[in-house]
Structures are given as structure tokens and as C-alpha cells.
Write a protein that binds this ligand. Structure first.
Ligand code: NAP
Length: 639
């Protein structure tokens, strides 16, 4: 007798349907997964070649016979699994590490494997805080955590706190969850890294309908997380924390929140901030702005229901956001004038704008652990980032920092030449800074900002803005550009961590005062001495090494491990000691100094006026994993 099917849809599938679906499977995910499912060494022996996927060259199966072996293997597995009743499949744990190595196609150390086994999001390798002993009920109930922000970081923290049974309260300034994706609703807004890796390891059951989801699909994911894990009940929406003050006597944080009912005080033993560093709009002060007669807004404040048709737009700013919004406007608006101060590098990606074919989500539902292996595979490109960004002092080139960086620059320029043809336009669209010294822009290989620039209804202005007036924008060369709408795609206050909150620590000093000298710094991107029981979930120098979901999950687990010590040992406060904080940050700075974003031609939020980067993380994924996988309690002061 067959066991109860856990995949009834598969039971109904024909051979032809299965054979069709496997043509859409990602080959490296199949390579590890089929080995896990069958133990057949033939899958492990499939050969690899380096193939460019968007920005990165990654090992991939290319040989036709090997491709057929993997696709046929998947079809055969699915047919026999269907015929046996499509019941529960238990992964063979002994094969898991090798399966991850096969999906990576890279030489992985044991620490790498530990990290990427967690990235699978399987229950067996789940990233979670385990209680070392049952927590005393009274102590646990008397302990309260305040989580600030209900975007990806805050939802991650809430989900883990809830699972650990630690009481918490969450505040969110917006009316809904989703953070960045709640706010950034401009036309063209979508992720620039694969959505599989932009979801949590506990979110593998969510099947994104695009390889790179547009904002409504990202919003659907965050709503799914909030609903699936029942997180809304603890969230106070439309509520913003203005001040956070440590009260030494009670060893608690006192937060002043502003919400629909006015001002309110919240007391908490610990605080997790998840406010994002690309959140507060940077709106430039351009002379004459108050005289403009039309509409004027930042991309993160895009008005609902704005009709693009028949309107003349000015777009100020050409980072990831500008380059995303311009091609969408060009399709519908009467005219778009692009004010570009600095061009950005483009990494064209085939199918970037396309929804996934239905076979992809069919595989999610019917091929056991397929979505887990896709999730793991999606987080692997970060591994190759170091190769592109490390300055090779012996590499002599006026525009690139190492041979791979030059190879990528050459590929980017070839693309500009191929798409634009016109030498003057290629010059205007070639950034002055080396590749990867600023965030490059992922774009669709077949329709993107370059097509928009070539369109008849678009004007590129690269001489700067003199002033704004009643009718539009006057450029530095004196030309007047009359417009109906001015869009500021001018980015965010990326260096103002926790802005605009005033956070006051143990000695009455604020974070702004502590950071005045060298800019925002934190130990492991999260903790600051004399600010006890406070963890920033994506604090200074976190951008880079690990994907945001991975970072949020690791720092959350780290924070919960610290809280566990407080709760089990009946202690009040944990903070980082001064010496490890300084040492860690000196190490971050010394490593950032060898990164391409320290190049003086790069003028963007990757580098700060303090002569150091406050945002970028210079480490490899595994180096960072070693820092945050669990607390080094000798670096912490527990009282
Ligand atoms: P950004 O990268 O900081 O770019 C801001 C743009 O505004 C730059 O072109 C900048 O020019 C220009 N600008 C700033 N002040 C100006 C002024 N006074 N006059 C004229 N131009 C001015 O901001 P962003 O494009 O919003 O992107 C921020 C980050 O958000 C990205 O790096 C990325 O991490 C993230 N993001 C991701 C996605 C995605 O997932 N697809 C999409 C959008 C954003 P200069 O370069 O000359 O300073």
C-alpha cells in the first residue's frame, strides 16, 4: 500500500509533464539535490565550466551529456517517486555536506559547508537559537525585547523571538510590514539579487513567481512571513520610536514612541533595531525648489495612482533606483529628462524582468528539497565577490583593481558599445570609477536604461543642475527643461545609522556623540560599548559579505544567544568591551582599505567623509559567518 501522498499534484502528473518540468530546473541545484536523493556518484562526476551569470562567473554544468544526465535523472526520480506514492522524503544527512559542495561547485571548507547547510533552510540544518537549559518561567516572562522596524530584519527577529518564547513588542512606522518594499513603490522597483536568496531560510516554502521579484511580489513575501508566523499581533503600526535611553538603575531601555494615540513610553530589557540603512530619503537642497509648480517627490515616496501618460518627468539621480525607474517612465511618459551626475555600471541579466515559467514553481512544489537547493545556490555568488573587489597592488591598470575586475569592466564596456553604438553616448554612460566601487545596477539584458536613453522621448543631461524654477530645471549649461514632475532618485542617508532616533547609552552619551569622530562603527556590525542589550540587525559595515536575509538571521541568533545568557544566568546587561570593539573596527578598516571602494574615484555611500567606509563589509561570507555564528563571550561584558 502507498503511504499518504504529500504531493498529490505529482500523483496526477503525466510522464510528459514531468519531462517538460525538469527542462526548467537549475542544473547546479539538481547536481547536489540528485546526489542527496539518490546517492548516485554519476551526478557528482558531472563536469563544470565557469559561466557568467549576471555580474558573476559561476561554475555550471555545460557539457550536453552531463546536462542530459541531470535532467533525465530528475525525471526518473520524479516518476519513480510518483509511482511509489509521493510520500514523505527524509534527507540522508550523511550526504548533505557533499550535496552542498556539489551545488556550490567550489572548494568549500568545513565552515563554508556549515554556513551553506544553514542556507538550505532544511529543518535538519535550521538556523536557530537553542536553549541550553529550560529558561526559568518567571525570568523569561519578566524579560521583554523591543524590536524596531517590521521589514525583513524586524520580521526575522520577531519570528525567532516568538519561537524562542521570549516576550517582545514590535513597532513599525509604516501602516504595514515590508520596510523598504512597503515604501519603494516606484515603477520598476525590484530586487537586484535573485529572489531565492532574498528570502529567509525559513521562507523556502514561499514560491516567488519571478527570479527577480518586483516590489508587489516582495511585499507579498513579507505579508506571507507576517501571516505564516502570526507576527502581526505584536506589531504596533504607524508608530515611530524617537528616543531610546538606557536607564542604568532598572537596566532597561526606555523608548518614547509616537503613534496614533500620541506619545507613549515602552520599557524593554533589550532592543533589536531593524530600521534599515537605505531607508531615510536623501533629498538634495537645490536652489529654487520651492518655486516649482509641479509635483516633486523622492522615489521612496512615489504617489499611488500617479498617471505617467502625457507627463514630462525630470529624474535627478542615476544610481540603482534612477536606472530602474527611467526605462519604465520612458515607456509611458511624454518626456523624460535624465539628470545624471555619475553614470553607473550595468550588469545585464537575461530574463531579469520576466515572470518565472509555471514549471519553476511546479518543481518547487513537487521535487523534494528543490527550493532548498535553489535557496542555497542563490546565496553562493557572494562567494565570488572578493575576487572582483580586492585591490591587487601589483596590477597596473588605470581603471581596474585586479584582472577579474578588469575582465568585468571590459564586459560592461562591450555591452555599452554594443547597445549604444555612438561613441559620445558610450563615453557619457561610462562611469569614472572602477567596477564594484559602487553598487552596480542589475538590469534586463534586452530592455533597460540604455534603451530609454536612446528613445526619442528622453534627454540625457550630464552637466549638472543650476537651479529649479517655476517650470522645471535649469541645467548648468543654461538650458531650461520644462517638466511636470521632478523625481528625486537621490538615494538615502546611508551613513546616518538609526537616524533620526536619539539613542543614549550608559554614560549619558548619545550614539551620535560616540560616532562623531570616526562615523558609525559597531562590533560585528551590531554592538557598541556602553549601549548594553542593544543589537543592530544590519548595523555599520554589514553591507556586502552576506545577503541581507542571512545577515539578519545570524545577528538575530547571535542576539538571542546573548539574551539566553542573561536569562539563564539571571544577569542584567551584556555589552561589548571597548578593546574588542576597537580591534574589530580597526580590522574592518584595514581590510576595507584594500577594497576597490577605497578608490578615490568612487564618490558614493560606500565611502564616507570620515575617510573610511561605514557601510561596507570587507570580509568573505565565511569570515563574517565566523564572527557572528555565535558570541565570543570573552569579548563581552556581562553584568
Ligand atoms: P544611490 O546609489 O545613492 O544614488 C543616488 C543618485 O543620486 C546618484 O546618481 C547621485 O549622484 C545622485 N545624487 C545625489 N545627490 C544629488 C544631487 N544633489 N544632485 C544630483 N544628483 C544627486 O541611491 P539609489 O539609486 O536609491 O540606490 C541606493 C541603494 O539602494 C543601492 O546602492 C542599492 O543597494 C539599493 N537599491 C537596490 C535596488 C534593487 O534591489 N534593485 C534598487 C534600488 C536601490 P552621484 O553618484 O554623482 O553622487
Amino acid at each position: 500500500m502507498h503511504e499518504t501522498p504529500v504531493r498529490p499534484e505529482l500523483i496526477e502528473a503525466t510522464d510528459a509533464q514531468i519531462e517538460d518540468a525538469v527542462q526548467y530546473a537549475e542544473l547546479m541545484a539538481l547536481r547536489g539535490l540528485l546526489y542527496l536523493l539518490t546517492g548516485d556518484e554519476a551526478f557528482a562526476r558531472t563536469k563544470l565550466e565557469q559561466v557568467r551569470h549576471g555580474a558573476f562567473k559561476m561554475p555550471t554544468v555545460v557539457d550536453e551529456a552531463d546536462v542530459a544526465l541531470l535532467r533525465n535523472g530528475a525525471a526518473e526520480f520524479l516518476k519513480s517517486y510518483r509511482d511509489s506514492g509521493a510520500g514523505e522524503v527524509i534527507p540522508v544527512l550523511d550526504r548533505l555536506a557533499d550535496s552542498v559542495r556539489l551545488t556550490a561547485g567550489l572548494t568549500l571548507s568545513d565552515d563554508d559547508v556549515e554556513l551553506y547547510m544553514e542556507e538550505l533552510g532544511l529543518p535538519e540544518t535550521e538556523r536557530r537559537m537553542e536553549w541550553q537549559a529550560p529558561p526559568p518561567a518567571d525570568t523569561l516572562q519578566g524579560f521583554k525585547v523591543l524590536v524596531i522596524g517590521a521589514g525583513m530584519g524586524g520580521l526575522t527577529a520577531a519570528r525567532e523571538l516568538k519561537r524562542a518564547g521570549i516576550p517582545y513588542e514590535m513597532v513599525e512606522k509604516n501602516a504595514g510590514v515590508g520596510g523598504t518594499w512597503h515604501e519603494n513603490r516606484y515603477p520598476g522597483a525590484r530586487v537586484d539579487t535573485p529572489s531565492r536568496g532574498y528570502t529567509n531560510t525559513f521562507g523556502v516554502a514561499f514560491a516567488p513567481s519571478y527570479a527577480f521579484c518586483p516590489w508587489p511580489e516582495n511585499q507579498r513575501y513579507f505579508d506571507w512571513v507576517a501571516d505564516s508566523y502570526d507576527l502581526r499581533e505584536n506589531i504596533q503600526f504607524n508608530t515611530e520610536i524617537r528616543t531610546l535611553t538606557w536607564d542604568q538603575q532598572s537596566a532597561r531601555w526606555i523608548a518614547i514612541a509616537h503613534g496614533p494615540d500620541g506619545e507613549k513610553m515602552i520599557e524593554a530589557n533589550a532592543v533589536i533595531t531593524a530600521v534599515g540603512f537605505l531607508n531615510r530619503p536623501n533629498v538634495p537642497e537645490i536652489p529654487g525648489i520651492e518655486q516649482f509648480d509641479g509635483e516633486c517627490f523622492h522615489t521612496a515616496r512615489w504617489p499611488d495612482e500617479l498617471d505617467l501618460k502625457g507627463k514630462r518627468f525630470a529624474v535627478v539621480g542615476t544610481g540603482c533606483t534612477g536606472y530602474q525607474v527611467i526605462p519604465e517612465l520612458a515607456l509611458e511618459a511624454e518626456h523624460v529628462t535624465v539628470f545624471q551626475r555619475t553614470a553607473q555600471w550595468l550588469t545585464p541579466t537575461k530574463g531579469y524582468l520576466e515572470p518565472s515559467p509555471p514549471q519553476v514553481n511546479w518543481l518547487d512544489r513537487n521535487l523534494p528539497f528543490y527550493s532548498n537547493f535553489l535557496r542555497c545556490r542563490s546565496s553562493l555568488p557572494a562567494f565570488s565577490l572578493g575576487d572582483l573587489t580586492e585591490i591587487d597592488p601589483d596590477f597596473d591598470d588605470p581603471h581596474a583593481c585586479n584582472p577579474k575586475n578588469k575582465e568585468m569592466r571590459d564586459a560592461c564596456i562591450d555591452y555599452l558599445v554594443q547597445r549604444l553604438g555612438d561613441a559620445d553616448l558610450v563615453r557619457k554612460m561610462t562611469p569614472p570609477h572602477p567596477v564594484r566601487s559602487a553598487r552596480p545596477v542589475t538590469c534586463d539584458a534586452d530592455y533597460n536604461v540604455l534603451d530609454a536613453i536612446l528613445a526619442d522621448n528622453t534627454t540625457l543631461v550630464d552637466c549638472g543642475i543650476r537651479r529649479i524654477n517655476k517650470n522645471g530645471v535649469e541645467a548648468n549649461d543654461g538650458t531650461q527643461h520644462d517638466v511636470d514632475v521632478i523625481v528625486f532618485a537621490t538615494g538615502f542617508r546611508a551613513h546616518d545609522y538609526l537616524y533620526p532616533m536619539t539613542v543614549t547609552g550608559r554614560d549619558g552619551k548619545t550614539l551620535d556623540e560616540v560616532w562623531a569622530d570616526k562615523g558609525p562603527r559597531a562590533y560585528c556590525g551590531s554592538m557598541v560599548p556602553d549601549f548594553p542589550n542593544l543589537w543592530m540587525v544590519y548595523g555599520p559595515n554589514t553591507n556586502g559579505a552576506l545577503g541581507p536575509a542571512t545577515f539578519h538571521e545570524l545577528v538575530t541568533r547571535y542576539a538571542l544567544m546573548c539574551m539566553q545568557r542573561l536569562i539563564l544566568d539571571e544577569r542584567q546587561e551584556v555589552s561589548v568591551r571597548e578593546a574588542p570593539y576597537i580591534q574589530y573596527n580597526e580590522y574592518v578598516d584595514s581590510r576595507n582599505a584594500t577594497k576597490v571602494w577605497s578608490d578615490p574615484r568612487a564618490q558614493n555611500y560606500y565611502w564616507s567623509s570620515h575617510g573610511r567606509s561605514v557601510t561596507q563589509n570587507p570580509f568573505s561570507p565565511t569570515e563574517m559567518f565566523r564572527f557572528v555564528r555565535s558570541p565570543r563571550f570573552e569579548d563581552l561584558d556581562i553584568r
